[in-house]
Unconditional design. Structure first.
Lengths: 527, 485
């Protein structure tokens, strides 16, 4: 009984929720159990410009479902919804350009359906397509395209452990959908199915410009740069980390440029730590490590990182389509040219540790930074002394050495190495992080270092930041100022905090209150 | 000759007089004017007095009715505990006088003096809870221009109570929710294989439509009766107030008189123009125009449109002498209370925009400078707590003026070190000489909150406790309370 109704929508929601809470909750629960939601960031030119929530509301008929797309801007404010009906859809990726949203789905005649009997499921028609849907910011669906796809599908039990509701299909493409905008030109789609891989280009009206079959490989990464598309391919055999090649295509014609093999002049394979657009030129660049042909390619334990598995680092700028347009910089420590700063096994004197590099990026001044964990190796004096003392027993020393090993390792801080545009590699700084305890050197490295690294940038201030996320804290480090600008504890009381990329110059803080069971979001500036 | 007793008495008297004056000057209101304290007794009485009547033989319907009845009691008691209401002598007596005038002239209809509450919400609204309780929001007091505007709103709410709308609504809801028709239609949702959500929505919309239809009749009835109550009380009724209500959503669309940057020149800190412009790429800067198929159908609205309310009542216009503007001190006080509440709820852009609008009106009260300092320090605190985004509360450009947009860009984008400079500059401004001790005490509280000390948690608690001990009656204790635990 208000004097003035300012927020009718809110009132309706409250009214409905009151009714719901007082009505048969079982019915509400069963209806809401059928609702499925997928959330995706909307990306334009590698920047997050908004969020999209794709919801399957209900089964509308034997073959179709009702869907709702909710669009949010970069500040999580709702800007509109679109409702439509279609057969089973699973959202793959979203891209945006020229006020047009392009969504790519895996569409299936069996997706979302629950079959009571396995026989019924097996006899049902299983037809799949990769679908591109083009939407305007007026909420209109302007075009839908479908390309037939052969997927890997398997039948699984629907429901939960206690209540089986029947059987349903799980379907996967061999290579997940990748979608990018090509600035001012259109969109490019990549996916792989049982029949091979496909690369397709679309204009802003949703018209397919061309489609190409691509030979199947172990893995692919798609990048758009100006009016070109680049596909990084990882060969299936030989190398665990290396064995890649880069192939470019003209967006308008679909014609391919000469392939670039990811190896140095001596044929040593290169790992990939970063594949992106140079923040100044927008041209593609790659950077990573040069794999040592003897000690590389089979790194498992912490000790493996101390035996010289890499010979150096490299960076590659793709400034054009001919060979002369590709600027490559290789810096080797294996040949002893970096001594005494870096020894032949990759030991950095200033950091007094080996480097386990896992992220690399370009800044706005043409520098390439390599970031990773500092690894310390020590002799196990106690074990060695014990084995010496017990030599007379003949039996014990091999047992002691066998069980304990002669070396121990621990992951300490984060290391930042800088490769200048002139090709000079230097130790830049150490970011203080939580150290692990010493463990046997032959322990699986993944069990020791569980720290994640990624980079963020602020195009306005032209600052680049490293996020070092370990089990205890999240450190945000300003590369140019060489200082940690934020240290965020993962756990404070009942609250667990996580950090994720957000709109340009910002990061998202996700806080989960374990006790009160709610999640709060905040988008904070990097500076 | 004065005796020793007389001298002592006079000294004590003047000390008391002085201390009372100090208390009055210190705060706009006392901390203990908040509903948690000032309505503690009423809350207990309400709980006891609001006993659900036995209306239905059917147990299920009676149970549902009791649930609805209790939820209303819980709403009001929870609101009292959450300090949603405030008791302020001046504002209460001003509103109460209107209620008394209406009550006296309509004694046949209003047999008892209603319980009047003042809600601290900035929403331009008033509401009736039934059982002779009406609530007026501070937002309505600052929005209304005349005593007659307020009287119309109060008369409208009294009419709801006279016509038993709240009780009737609960009764209808209880009957509907326990009816076979409702149960059958709910069960039919599960019986259907397809479009379950659509069917469920339809069932609930039918229920809502029914309620809304009644509600809209109720609103029209309340408007009609309000006009009669006003006439009987010889209070002028101007239907144009309904038209003015249509502009209540425009509060943050009102432009500022000066460029946003100029309001910060006093701090002598250079500010780049780009800080006021949106810098990050995003959909918010694009033009979008969704044909929202989820907006509320007209039939589901609980209130008739303002224009329709005007049309329906325009012939009832009645003028009894001239209209009486709401006294400036009441408006000023309500506005300050509102701004403080918006601040305490951590809506910093809204708070600062209202401050700037006051400055545009030529208001040179140092309290607004003090609140500007609080906003800057509050923003700094929110930033180090990784909560600037929520403190700024970014609104889409469609709902705000260009100046509001620039202000929220500034608050969102100002770098932390520059913000710190602003806080420092604001803490040494001349206005501090003209604000009371409890306001000055906020400076040392913020010094502790924003100290960045490794042991910040304990420092915060100690500073908050010290503030609460030093200024136990200050309205700002509400803010210190947030950090006490």
């Amino acid at each position: 009984m208000q004097f003035f109704m300012r927020k009718p929508l809110l009132a309706l929601a409250l009214c409905l929720s009151t009714a719901i809470s007082h009505a048969q909750t079982k019915i509400i629960k069963e209806v809401s159990d059928d609702i499925e939601t997928q959330t995706r960031p909307i990306i334009q030119d590698n920047s997050l410009v908004g969020y999209l929530v794709f919801t399957r509301l209900e089964q509308a008929s034997q073959d179709s479902f009702n869907y709702k797309i909710t669009l949010m801007d970069e500040n999580l404010n709702d800007i509109g919804t679109i409702n439509f009906r279609d057969i089973g859809l699973e959202l793959g990726s979203v891209a945006f350009d020229q006020d047009v949203l392009c969504l790519a789905y895996l569409q299936s005649t069996v997706k979302g359906k629950i079959f009571k009997k396995i026989k019924e499921a097996k006899h049902s028609e299983d037809k799949n397509d990769v679908v591109t849907q083009f939407l305007t910011l007026e909420g209109k669906i302007i075009k839908v395209n479908a390309i037939p796809a052969e997927v890997e599908s398997s039948l699984q039990l629907a429901g939960n452990r206690w209540v089986h509701r029947g059987y349903q299909y799980t379907e996967n493409l061999k290579h997940a959908i990748q979608l990018k905008n090509v600035s001012g030109k259109g969109f490019v789609l990549f996916y792989g199915d049982a029949n091979g891989c496909n690369l397709a280009a679309f204009d802003f009206k949703g018209i397919q410009l061309w489609r190409k079959k691509i030979e199947d490989k172990q893995d692919f990464a798609l990048l758009a740069s100006k009016s070109d598309i680049y596909l990084l391919e990882k060969e299936q055999e030989k190398y665990i980390e290396g064995g890649g090649s880069l192939v470019g295509f003209d967006f308008d014609k679909g014609s391919a440029y000469p392939k670039i093999q990811m190896e140095d002049r001596d044929g040593r394979s290169l790992t990939l730590m970063s594949f992106g657009n140079d923040p100044v030129t927008g041209n593609p660049y790659l950077c990573g490590k040069v794999i040592n042909s003897r000690f590389g390619n089979h790194i498992v334990s912490a000790k493996n990182f101390t035996t010289g598995p890499y010979d150096g680092v490299y960076t590659m700028s793709i400034n054009g389509h001919s060979k002369k347009d590709i600027k490559q910089t290789f810096v080797y420590w294996k040949d002893g040219s970096q001594q005494p700063a870096i020894n032949t096994k990759g030991y950095v004197a200033d950091a007094a540790s080996f480097m386990v590099l896992s992220d690399a990026f370009r800044d706005y001044n043409g520098n390439t930074y390599f970031v990773g964990t500092e690894l310390i190796r020590r002799l196990k004096i106690g074990t060695l002394v014990a084995s010496l003392i017990t030599i007379p027993t003949f039996v014990l020393p091999p047992m002691i050495l066998g069980i304990g090993g002669t070396n121990k390792c621990k992951a300490t801080n984060a290391i930042v190495m800088k490769l200048s545009p002139k090709g000079v590699l230097t130790y830049d700084n150490t970011i203080n992080c939580a150290n692990t305890r010493f463990v046997k050197a032959n322990t699986d490295y993944r069990d020791i270092d569980q720290r994640d690294y990624y980079d963020l940038s602020n195009p306005e201030s032209k600052n680049t930041y490293v996020v070092a996320d370990d089990l205890k804290n999240i450190m945000i480090y300003n590369v140019a100022e060489k200082k940690v600008v934020r240290t965020i504890a993962h756990k404070a009381g009942n609250i667990r905090t996580y950090v994720a990329p957000a709109k340009e110059g910002h990061f998202m803080v996700i806080e989960y209150n374990k006790k009160e069971k709610y999640t709060s979001l905040s988008i904070e500036p990097l500076n | 000759m004065q005796t020793a007793f007389e001298r002592t008495f006079l000294v004590v008297f003047f000390i008391l007089l002085f201390s009372n004056n100090t208390k009055a000057q210190n705060s706009i209101y006392s901390y203990y004017d908040l509903s948690e304290f000032s309505f503690a007794n009423q809350k207990d009485s309400l709980k006891k007095a609001w006993d659900c009547p036995q209306l239905y033989k059917d147990k299920e319907t009676q149970k549902k009715y009791k649930e609805l009845w209790n939820s209303r009691t819980e709403f009001i008691t929870a609101s009292i505990d959450a300090n949603n209401y405030i008791y302020d002598d001046a504002i209460y007596h001003y509103l109460s006088k209107i209620v008394i005038d209406l009550e006296k002239a309509n004694s046949q209809l209003l047999k008892q003096k209603p319980l009047l509450l003042v809600d601290r919400s900035p929403s331009v609204n008033a509401y009736a809870l039934g059982e002779n309780v009406i609530v007026v929001n501070l937002g309505l007091i600052t929005f209304a221009k005349t005593r007659e505007d307020l009287a119309l709103a109060i008369a409208h709410e009294l009419s709801h109570n006279i016509l038993n709308h709240a009780e009737n609504s609960m009764e209808n809801t209880a009957v509907w929710l326990t009816s076979d028709e409702f149960k059958n239609s709910m069960n039919s949702v599960l019986d259907s294989k397809y479009e379950r959500l659509t069917r469920l929505k339809k069932v609930l919309e039918t229920f809502t439509f029914d309620r809304s239809r009644h509600s809209r009749y109720h609103e029209s009835d309340a408007d009609s009766l309000a006009v009669i109550l006003l006439k009987n009380s010889h209070i002028s009724f101007d239907p144009e107030f309904f038209l003015r209500l249509d502009s209540t959503d425009e509060e943050y669309r009102e432009p500022l008189k000066n460029p946003v940057k100029s309001y910060f020149t006093a701090y002598n800190i250079p500010l780049e123009e780009t800080l006021f412009q949106k810098r990050a790429k995003g959909l918010s800067s694009h033009t979008y125009n969704f044909h929202d198929n989820e907006t509320l159908a007209d039939s589901l609205k609980t209130h008739p449109d303002c224009v329709k309310r005007y049309e329906k009542t325009k012939d009832e216009i009645s003028i009894f002498g001239t209209t009486t503007p709401i006294p400036a001190d009441i408006k000023e006080k309500a506005n300050k209370m509102l701004i403080w509440n918006i601040y305490d709820n951590q809506n910093l852009t809204e708070c600062l925009y209202r401050i700037l609008l006051e400055k545009d009106n030529g208001n040179v009260d140092p309290w607004y400078d003090f609140m500007m300092y609080n906003v800057l320090e509050g923003l700094y605190y929110s930033s180090i707590q990784l909560n600037r985004f929520n403190a700024v509360g970014i609104k889409p450009k469609e709902y705000i003026s260009k100046d509001y947009y620039e202000l929220q860009n500034f608050l969102e984008q100002i770098p932390l070190d520059k913000l710190q400079e602003f806080c420092k500059a604001a803490s040494s401004q001349a206005f501090w000489n003209n604000v009371p001790a409890d306001a000055r005490g906020m400076k040392s509280l913020f010094d502790s909150l924003n100290s960045g000390s490794a042991n910040n948690g304990k420092v915060q608690v100690a500073a908050a406790k010290e503030y609460l001990t030093t200024f136990p009656y200050s309205m700002y204790c509400e803010f210190a309370e947030h950090f006490k635990k």
